[in-house]
Each structure stands twice: as C-alpha cells, then as structure tokens.
Design a protein around this ligand. Structure first.
Ligand SMILES: Nc1ncnc2c1ncn2[C@@H]1O[C@H](COP(=O)(O)OP(=O)(O)OP(=O)(O)O)[C@@H](O)[C@H]1O
Ligand SMILES: [Mg+2]
Length: 485
C-alpha cells in the first residue's frame, strides 16, 4: 500500500504498526478505509480538496494564525505529494529524517524565511499530522496531562492534577478532527460515521478513547482520551497524594489476603480503576488471576495473570463478546480470583454468583454516589441480566456475595480520595445492613485545598475473624478502638 494511501487512511507509523482493518469493513462512509491498491476517488478528491483550499486562501489577507495554518497546509500538501510512496511508515526515525529533508527543500524552493522557532514548530506540527495524531500529539506527549477532551475543533480541554483547563491547541475544523479520529479507529478495524456515531477505541500506547460525532454530538466531533501511563500510580503515590493513609492500605491489604469480595465504587474518573490496580497488587503471587475488562487498563505485576478483553460486534452486528460472556467463561479457567474492571450491566449477576460460589477474593468497580448507592446500582445491574429474578433474591445475592465497598471521590479541589470504607454485613428484613468502618472527615479548606483525613469510625468489622484466620492481626487501634488513633 502506498505511503500516501496509508497517511490518508490513518495507518501512520504511530497509528497501529501496519494493522489493517479487515477487508470488507468498508461501508462507503467518510471513515472507511478503501481496500484497492490505488488511490480511491475519495482519497484523490480529499487531497485535491485540500490543495484547492490552500490555493484559494493563499491570496487573502490573513491573521497571523490563519497565515500559519495556510503555510502549514501548503507545505503539508506538497510534502504529501512528494514523499516517496513506498516509504515504510513504521520506520519512524527514517521517515522523520526524510520529511525533514523534503521540508527544508520546499521552504528553500518557495523562498520562505521563518524564524528558527517558527520553522521548528511548523515542522513538528506537520510531522504530527503525517505520522501521528495532529494537534493531540503534544498533549499525548505531556506526562502531566491525565485526560484530553475534544469538544469540537476549537474547544479542547485537558486535565492536570484533577483540574480541567483549556488547552492551547485547536483543530482547523470538523474535518480535521474526523481525519485524526479516523487515524485512531481505522487500524483497529472499527469505524465511526453517521450510522454509528459512537466508538470506543484505544491508542497504540493503551490510552482509552471514546468518540462521539454528529448527529449525536451537537458540538462537532468529540473525543475523550484517558491517558494510559506505563508506570501506573503506586501505593506510595496514593499515600503521597493523600488519597489513602498507610493504615487504610494495611487494612485493605489484609482484606485482600483474607479473600474478601470487594467493590471499589465512585463517580466517573474518581480513580476506581487506579485503586483497583493498586489493590490487585496485594494478591499473593501463587494465585491464578483472571482480569476481565472492556479496554485493558489494569496492569498487574503478578506472573500468573490472564487478561481478557471484551469485543464489540463487527459491522454485520455479529461476534460481540460481552463482559458477561467473559465472566461466565472465566469460571472454566480455574481462576483463584476474578477481577472485572467495571460492572455496568448484567455481568454483575454473574460476578456476584462467582463470588458466592467459591471465587472469594474477587474484585470489581462500579459507578455510584455512595456505598449504599453502590448496592442499589448492583441490584439494578443484576436486573439487567434479564433473568426475571425477584428483587429480594437479587438483594440476598448482593448481601451474601459482597464483603466490602471502598468508595472513592474526586473532591472539589480536584484531589481523589477514599472517602468511605463500608462493610456489607447481611440482611435485616428487606434491607441490606452496612456499617462504615472508615470515613473521610473534612476539617477545612486551605488555599483551595480540602484538608481532612480518613478516620476509623470505631466499629470493628464482623469479618475480622476472617482476617485473623488468614494469619493477620490488626490491632484494635486500626479501628479507632483501645488507644486513641
Ligand atoms: N488517587 C489519585 N490521585 C491522583 N490522581 C489519580 C488518583 N487515582 C487516579 N488518578 C488519575 O485520575 C484519572 C482517572 O483515574 P481512573 O481511570 O482510575 O478513574 P475511574 O474512576 O476508573 O474512571 P472511569 O469512571 O472513567 O472508569 C487517571 O488519569 C488517574 O491517573
Ligand atoms: Mg475506570
């Protein structure tokens, strides 16, 4: 396949290491990758449209930024047409050197004099367009950014240290966002167009991507990227950030070794997956762990781990593998522990049943506003399994399967904290009884930062015997009993 063709369809070097979407995946949408060996009409017309636009705007008086954009697209168009079509895009440094050579030649030929800094910026922007994810590249490279949110071409926001700010990059227009989006999803064999305007995908580095376009999104193409870090947050990081305390970690480590069934709950982006990852690190090395996720985010360090990922249906609507399918299948894989990245629907029922039938020590996360709400959400999810079970039966399953809810929140100052650790005790009448063991207490606010500490409530959990049976002794002071905490 020609270089130009790959560039146009998004198979750039950063894009997917030459992964091709499956043949026949095309449905004629603006996003589908053509399958012939030569440029399709669509590709040629896209390129010539790009060239025409460049020519049209060349004569107009321009603002500085517009002039820059036009200079960029002029040089880019020439580069695209002059690059050797047989170049292998996966050889990044070679391609980059080649682009640089052509870039210098074009500037010299057009007698363009640019300041060194501007020349460098133009070069990097063009390299990002040709080989990477365009304006998203600098944001992806910046390790301090944890989330990137594109709300149409001109409104790009980023999250740093839990605080959202506007990024100083923009796309040219909707088409520009769509081109980059195509580059993200095409190598995965997925598509996004008017008939299926939402997609989940992943960047080659593992970052989680969600995109929604028109007609569903009214603000233009939106992209949400949860950055993936090769070095995930550690226990020490969470303690340093004040998300947990050493005592809490010791308590949770004991609960995991004692094989309690745990749900980490919290709002969206509150740090559930991160905490689940950290907690999974306490599972002893000699146990067989099966992880089940929609997009593999967990990074377990143990050796004996099987990672399963669900799969959406293909273009004909077939071949979907749900989280529920994977939970059921995992039971035949002799797991010691099952970790489900997130329960969102009917899989909750299978997960609870697994917990109730000898797979103690399993863990999952769920979206919710409080530990009590977590149980209510789980009940609703179980109903979504469509088994027509009475609510009372489901509630009993929840009460007997779960031992602990660890609830995390993103507070107003952007910090993420464990705010409640609650024991699920059993049933009393129609109600599930719960008791808070630790609770975050806010003391005040200092320079915009929330000051407080998670404290024991003075209640000793009923499962303490199980912790002791696992050979771990937690002194009463951990629970705020005996001497002062
Ligand atoms: N304790 C923490 N302190 C600071 N940052 C954190 C903490 N926990 C997680 N983060 C960061 O917050 C972001 C969201 O974390 P995470 O993916 O764990 O959240 P989540 O609750 O699983 O989100 P979602 O609801 O979207 O699945 C990540 O960028 C992560 O690095
Ligand atoms: Mg998550």
């Amino acid at each position: 396949m020609s270089l130009l063709k790959r560039i146009e369809k998004g198979g750039g070097a950063t894009g997917g290491g030459g992964n091709e979407p499956p043949q026949g995946a095309s449905s004629g949408s603006a996003f589908d990758a053509p399958s012939g060996a030569e440029f399709s009409q669509e590709e040629s017309s896209r390129l010539s449209a790009m060239r025409n636009r460049t020519q049209q705007v060349a004569g107009r008086p321009q603002s500085r930024e517009n002039a820059y954009v036009d200079l960029k697209s002029r040089v880019q168009t020439r580069l695209l047409s002059e690059l050797d079509q047989s170049t292998d895009l996966s050889r990044k440094s070679e391609v980059r050197a080649h682009i640089e050579e052509l870039f210098n030649a074009i500037l010299a030929e057009e007698s363009m004099v640019l300041a060194r800094q501007e020349r460098q910026r133009l070069f990097e922007t063009i390299v990002a367009e040709i080989m990477g994810f365009g304006p998203l590249e600098p944001l992806l490279a910046d390790e301090s950014i944890t989330e990137i949110m594109v709300n149409g071409p001109k409104n790009i926001f980023i999250e740093r240290k839990g605080t959202i700010t506007r990024a100083n990059v923009t796309f040219e227009d909707d088409d520009h966002v769509l081109r980059i989006l195509d580059r993200i999803v095409a190598p995965l064999g997925r598509r996004i167009d008017e008939s299926s305007p939402m997609v989940d995908a992943r960047l080659p580095d593992g970052s989680r991507v969600n995109a929604v376009i028109r007609p569903v999104s009214l603000v233009g193409p939106t992209i949400t990227i949860r950055k993936f870090f090769k070095k995930p947050l550690t226990v020490e990081d969470l303690i340093k950030f004040g998300s947990v305390t050493k005592e809490i970690i010791e308590f949770l480590r004991a609960c995991i070794i004692a094989r309690l069934n745990i749900v980490v709950s919290g709002g969206t982006g509150s740090g559930k997956t991160t905490l689940l990852n950290v907690l999974s690190g306490f599972i002893p090395n000699n146990e067989r762990i099966v992880t089940i996720e929609n997009a593999a985010e967990l990074q377990l360090r143990q050796e004996h781990v099987v990672t399963l990922e669900s799969r959406p249906a293909n273009i004909e609507g077939r071949g979907a593998i749900t989280i529920q399918d994977l939970v059921v299948n995992s039971l035949r894989m002799r797991p010691d522990r099952i970790i489900v990245g997130e329960c969102r629907a009917g899989e909750a029922l299978d997960m609870l049943q697994a917990m109730n039938t000898g797979h103690d020590g399993s863990m999952t996360t769920a979206h919710s506003n409080s530990p009590r709400d977590t149980l209510a959400r789980l009940e609703v999810m179980c109903l979504m399994a469509g088994m027509d079970l009475p609510v009372r039966a489901i509630r009993e399953q929840v009460a007997s399967a779960l031992d602990l809810v660890v609830h995390q929140e993103r507070l107003r100052d952007g910090s993420r904290k464990v705010v409640k650790i609650t024991e699920v005790q059993g049933m009393e009448g129609d109600m599930i009884t719960m008791s808070d063991i630790f609770e975050f207490e806010q003391i005040g606010v200092e320079a915009g930062r929330i000051i407080g500490r998670i404290r024991p409530t003075g209640i000793r959990p009923k499962f303490t015997d199980r912790i002791e049976a696992a050979g771990i002794y937690l002194p009463p002071s951990v629970f705020g009993l005996g001497k002062s905490y």
